[in-house]
Design a binder for this molecule. Sequence first.
Ligand code: ZN
Length: 588
Amino acid sequence: MKNTSHLRLVSFLISMLLILGSCRQGNKVEAPSPQDFESFSHRFVEALWQQFPDWASAVGYHATDHLLTIPDASNRAADIAFCNQYLDSLKHFEIPGMDVHSATDIKLIRNKLKAIIWETDTLREWEWNPSVYNPGSSFGYMLGGTYAPLDERLMAIYQKIIHLPAYYAAAIDNINNPVEEYTTMAIERTKGFAQTLSGKLSDSISISGLDEETKHNFTERISKAISAIEAFVSHLENDILPGLNDMGRDFRLGAELYKSKFNYNLQARYTPDEIYDIAIYERDETYTEMLVLTKRLWEKYFGEKPSSINLQSVDLMIEKIAESHTHRDSFQYAIEAQLNELTTFIEANDLLTLDADKPLVVREMPAYSRGISAVNISAPGPYDANEATYYNVNKLDGFSTEEAESFLMEYNDYMLQILNIHEAIPGHYTQLVYSNKTPSLIKSIFHNGTMVEGWACFAERMMLEAGYGDHAPELWLMYYKWYLRIISNTLLDIGVHTKNMSREDAIDLLVNGAFQETAEAEGKWVRVTRSSVQLCSYFTGLTEILDLRAETKSRQGDAFSVKNFNETFLGYGSIPVKYIRELMNQME
Ligand code: ZN
């Protein structure tokens, strides 16, 4: 008895001391330190890769390459439990006093975990989009990768491939009244995957150093996997597709799902309806600017004063200017020369600091990414940060004379400059160099595509406004054509998915409303029937950055400096613009 009351007294005193102690700190519990959060986020990311191994392979984390998640109900339940568990753990860090960088990381993690729960429970693509069953890409990374010797990569594939029959059985079980467009896409892709297994994978095994018994077992595993793939394709082709006949689920997402997906993916300040209205307004403003420029240029190119200027005249003017382009053999050279000019201009005009220690390597487009775009940036991921950044340039030698001419007219002397600003300096490449200076695994894994694309589009505007290209009306006219593309992408995506826009209206929007070729417009229609939301990221990101610049200018008045704005903006890493806005506002 005595002992117990003594213990009670001691525990009472300890409680009192704790209360008094916390009173002295103004009722505040001490915030976890940035180090606490850092070690939490490392544990979280390790667990994340165990739970989502395909995602891990895609970002260059290879320790879980051999795993394949079976997409069945118990795994979906495990995904949700994982997300809820970590949403709970995050509460420990969500308190006033956390440093701003950790606080932003927490918001990014929270958004992603909630998005996964929403995708699993509400969006339910696993039911209606057969193209989500695409393990081909992770097998592709492993087979074509250079991160480990061939035998090592093959052994991970050897362990992974054994699960493919269970994987496709679960997929067949899940699919219920799918979208016809996604079903067709899944059939195409899955057939391609079977070819990779019987072709490239089998060839790699035969030249590898694996022992004969493993090679033999491997071949058996491949043939079982191919049978499973064939069963999946046959299910889609014979059991599912004939029954859809326009009776399947609509590829249009519908306003409600679209709005949530837009919020989770873009993490912007605007709703789809708001950004749609802004895009309509900006399109009218852009037409006005284009008409003025066409009027100014007309006599120079057509030798007489224009009688009247309308959008058809703008179209003719764009065609005329596009005739000025580089020779097919010097496309890559023209790009390299322009990158030097861009660097010189930025330094001379003090627009932002460029880091000469992280050079951009211009090279010919590697075979695996040919045919998609004229150029692209291939940047190292979080797990191979010391690798170089490459500017891949399409080689034109496979093109016929006609194809080359059409390609070079699209990427004419003026458009090529805008493209280089966007992709390289001070667009994607420069942004990435800044982003890597705020080393946070979370920010690089959950980077915000809207900010990244928004910045590249902002860079175009910022350079032209600063006088790059000497304010040439040709360059501005091409810029506006480019700008119209991102405006129209937004109108198209929101129009099709939430406002029932027809194919005919969509083609009209792009061809007559944005001066695009019919072939390009038809390709864009296919893209919008097979994706949603992503097409809005460019215009939405740009709009938010232009808003932020305008706010900052009006607040700072004469003290506003372009360089200071650019560097401060880029200094927070690739996080949503709305968070950068909060942080910039807090700082002043
Ligand atoms: Zn881009």
